[in-house]
Write a protein that binds this ligand. Sequence first.
Ligand code: IDP
Ligand code: MG
Length: 135
Amino acid sequence: MSENQQTFVMVKPDGVRRGLIGEVIRRIEAKGYTVREMKLFVIDKELAEEHYGEHRERPFFTELVTFITSGPVVAMVVEGTDAVVGARQIMGATNPLEATTGSIRGDFATAIGENIVHGSDSPESADREIKLFFG
Ligand code: IDP
Ligand code: MG
């Protein structure tokens, strides 16, 4: 059953640096979703480590935290029918080389560490991340 959902979407520092804020929002809105909240700011180390807490033990964690705090991000709450899965579809696979053409990562990125966007991976993650960034 489809349902109205909110998800957390973020244009990462590489996306902001490359002037892709508008492109990301355009694709989200073109799909039929609504941006409910939005802010541009630099994430501090504490928030970055909390947001990516599930990856704390991974070898790329330090690199990930350094990258996500390296410049401003655009954080958003996005709403619409099955928005969690739908937003992930718009973004494409985590590794841009596996992301299909037509997805944001497939069209605009080449490296897994700089893949332009973040989107919550489940309704539970969406709740957690929305509270973390907008609570
Ligand atoms: P997701 O962003 O598609 O949900 P996750 O597995 O949650 O992917 O990983 C979070 C972020 O960490 C990815 O978007 C990517 O930028 C980065 N990342 C994931 N795996 C690697 C890796 O093997 N090397 C470097 N960075 C990685
Ligand atoms: Mg993830």
